[in-house]
Design a binder for this molecule. Sequence first.
Ligand SMILES: Nc1nc2c(ncn2[C@@H]2O[C@H](COP(=O)(O)OP(=O)(O)O)[C@@H](O)[C@H]2O)c(=O)[nH]1
Ligand SMILES: [Mg+2]
Length: 297
Amino acid sequence: MTNKKKIILVGPPAAGKTTITKVFFQKSNPKILLEKPLEPTRGVHTSLFSLFNSELGIFDLAGQENQNWFSKDNDIFEHSNIITCIFDINSSLENITSFLNNIIDIKAKFDSLSECKIFSFLHKIDTVDNSYLNEKINAIKNYYKRKFPSNGFYMEIFGTSIAKENYYPTFHILSNILISIYPEDNASINLSEYENIKQDLKIIANCKLSVKYKVLNLSNKFNLSFDVLKFHLERLDKLGMIEYLSYKNFIRLTYRSELLKKDLKKEIDDMDKIREDNDIKLFNIFLNLNKIPLSDF
Ligand SMILES: Nc1nc2c(ncn2[C@@H]2O[C@H](COP(=O)(O)OP(=O)(O)O)[C@@H](O)[C@H]2O)c(=O)[nH]1
Ligand SMILES: [Mg+2]
């Protein structure tokens, strides 16, 4: 049996938990999810993946049922590797800390959570300015310094959002959190895979947005054999970077690529410097992530 990893997303209703899961783990278009809100989640929404020889469960807990998660149903938290608490950045300090206090109590209650890491996202930072975000983070940190003056309570707090300018920074935060529960060598990238990812990125960098490309022609454009090109296109499709059109005879870059392209050009010119780059790590993680049917878990 491979090992199991468990990540919980929890927070007040309408904070953005389901949106985050859908946008980053299910390739949903962030533009559409900002315009067309989702139905509130009922109970727990579970997504299962395989990643680096583990079974990874991501549990999105309905905010409407928080009182149950904190009382009679609190065994849902057992054996979590990570609990990510998601708040609307505009929530009051009092609401945020009283929610976090419940999570701290739960962590203390279960032995299986002794190694569990707690993170907080102050989400929807696109609705505030940077100074407000920093003030809020400091206010939360100061509250916990006062509450636990001796040993403290260490928790990383991030500002997140699915809006255009925050999309990749947030994606990188999530990837780094995800990778933090795996041994380092699991996620190391060998030279041939590094070259593969470099080629994936070159295809994105050198295709224009909104243009339909004939797959046959791309083989010439990138000087790749048809099979090698197809290999890269399958990877880019898996990452949600391209979409296939006309029975896979054509491709087009997606909105995910559009957001990535903004920073990509300068990196591509200096590829050797980006071995440790966040985008390479992100590609590596999400290329290794495979959805598994619920019944197999
Ligand atoms: N401005 C803004 N709104 C967001 C963001 N993420 C989610 N939302 C909105 O927040 C609302 C609640 O999202 P949802 O994912 O259903 O929240 P949940 O109850 O925590 O699962 C929806 O209307 C989303 O469009 C974001 O990054 N910025
Ligand atoms: Mg939800």
